[in-house]
Design a protein around this ligand. Structure first.
Ligand code: GLC
Length: 456
């Protein structure tokens, strides 16, 4: 399979933050204690100071939620580098970067990524199996590209700080003890290029000339776009989205059956999320997202987000279908920690193929969570076979089976509901994940690849 991948790749600096260390840092940070309490009540949603950073991290740990907050002040970024970088694990980051590596490791034949800042360090994190970087009219694999890049390449290192935390950990803060209800992660991101949906010129030229030989495209990074400064009429994010849409349309013109999957991501702005969803829906083949992202879109569109956040399979299926039919999207894939659920307007699709692909994706993501590594698919699937299926996911699957209007006989729950073909599979749960970052990207891209294979 030949696959184009855009837009966001970066380097993740993964840190395991433990409660004791955070308690100590909070206690020592006397300079902002007064403003800090206020930020826990009214979260700023982005980072302009150290106290914003600590507020975001503590809120995620308190609620067991995941979030990504963008850093607006370079000094905070420098402080994070000084404080955390040395002891962290650096690896491929960015939804697109992670998905490109998954596709390459799992056996795609040619995976061509857009890389906003192709530094030697960034290049070193790409899979060496089937990733090819366009550069000055030629393609180079990940082993070769480092040597091709000029010595004074001078590209910025786009480092995102990921803080993983574990269920049951405790943080002492101002005399209160906060206990973490679920493992998750908080990401602090300073990234001037991916914020802009930056298109690498070498990728742009390559994709314009070679789309006809591609089977699919996997796209993400829209969630990093920012609202315009107050008072500005520029509508910068709209321009960026419209430009990207034209690019996707031109690819579809060059190859009508190019299968395009968009991975939605956690938007900091509901306005941008809505605009992105509305313009992408009629053009792309499928949009993937987790339950937090679905809940945000659903609540903007007048639906109740609570059962979605509680991972109620019926509420998730119905809100996904409603959004699809209102906005002209044919397929949506919702991946939660406990199950993956697909809704499709193509009721003559073979549901067993979707189930097979979703099972495959769930296995790959669980094996990646447990081992922290991507290896070839045989090995991943062997690791996965020893990881138990989610009990919650099995119950969610039975609940959906009872509610759908026309249940079909399938190896897992499937059938027709509100005129859409609905399928669900439980995920596999790794009790002690090496990291939780990128699991949504891993399941989505593995499903995408398996579906392309089953279609051909
Ligand atoms: C976002 C973050 C990136 C992380 C990815 C995981 O793209 O910016 O740092 O690797 O999410 O899904």
């Amino acid at each position: 399979m030949n696959i184009l991948c855009a837009y966001n790749a970066n380097i993740d600096s993964i840190n395991h933050i433990d409660g004791q260390e955070l308690s100590r840092m909070l206690e020592e940070s006397t300079e902002f204690q007064d403003k800090f309490q206020e930020k826990l009540v009214n979260p700023p949603g982005s980072i302009s100071s150290k106290s914003d950073f600590f507020a975001g991290l503590l809120l995620c740990m308190r609620d067991g939620t995941g979030a990504e907050w963008l850093i607006h002040d370079k000094e905070v970024f420098e402080w994070l580098k000084k404080t955390f970088l040395n002891d962290s694990l650096m690896r491929m980051g960015g939804n697109m970067g992670i998905m490109a590596n998954v596709l390459s490791e799992l056996g795609a034949s040619k995976v061509v990524p857009n890389v906003a800042s192709l530094s030697k360090l960034q290049a070193s994190f790409f899979s060496q199996k089937a990733i090819f970087h366009p550069y000055d009219g030629k393609l180079y694999n990940s082993k070769e590209i480092g040597a091709i890049l000029p010595a004074n390449n001078n590209r910025p290192e786009l480092i995102h700080f990921v803080f993983d935390f574990k269920k049951g950990d405790t943080v002492n803060f101002s005399g209160d003890i906060i206990s973490v209800p679920r493992e998750n992660r908080f990401i602090a991101t300073y990234d001037l290029l991916n914020f802009q949906l930056h298109l690498n010129e070498h990728f742009r030229d390559y994709s314009m000339k070679n789309t006809a030989e591609m089977d699919g495209a996997i796209i993400s990074g829209f969630h990093m776009l920012q609202e315009d400064e107050e008072g500005s009429e520029k509508n910068d994010y709209k321009l960026k989205l419209d430009t990207s849409l034209k690019q996707l349309q031109s690819w579809k013109e060059a190859r009508k059956d190019l299968y395009i999957h968009v991975e939605f991501g956690h938007f900091s702005s509901g306005k941008i999320a809505s605009y992105a969803f509305s313009i992408l829906s009629p053009i792309v083949d499928r949009i993937g997202m987790n339950e937090d992202e679905l809940a945000m879109l659903a609540s903007i569109n007048g639906m109740d987000p609570k059962p979605i956040l509680a991972m109620d399979s019926v509420a998730i299926a119905e809100s996904a279908i409603k959004l699809c039919s209102d906005f002209g999207l044919c397929r949506m894939l919702v991946h939660t920690r406990e199950f993956a659920l697909s809704v499709s307007c193509r009721t003559d699709d073979d549901p067993e193929k979707t189930i097979n692909a979703m099972d495959f994706g769930a296995g790959c993501a669980a094996a990646f969570a447990c081992s922290g590594k991507l290896t070839d698919r045989g090995e991943l699937l062997t690791i996965a076979s020893n990881i138990p299926k989610s009990e919650f996911g099995k119950a969610a699957s039975s609940k959906l089976a009872k509610h759908i209007e026309e249940e079909w006989k399938c190896s897992n729950t499937c059938g027709i509901h509100m005129s859409y073909l609905v399928t669900i599979v439980p995920t596999r749960i790794c009790d002690d994940p090496v990291s939780t970052v990128g699991l949504g990207d891993t399941i989505s891209s593995a499903i995408f690849l398996r579906e392309l294979e089953l279609k051909s």
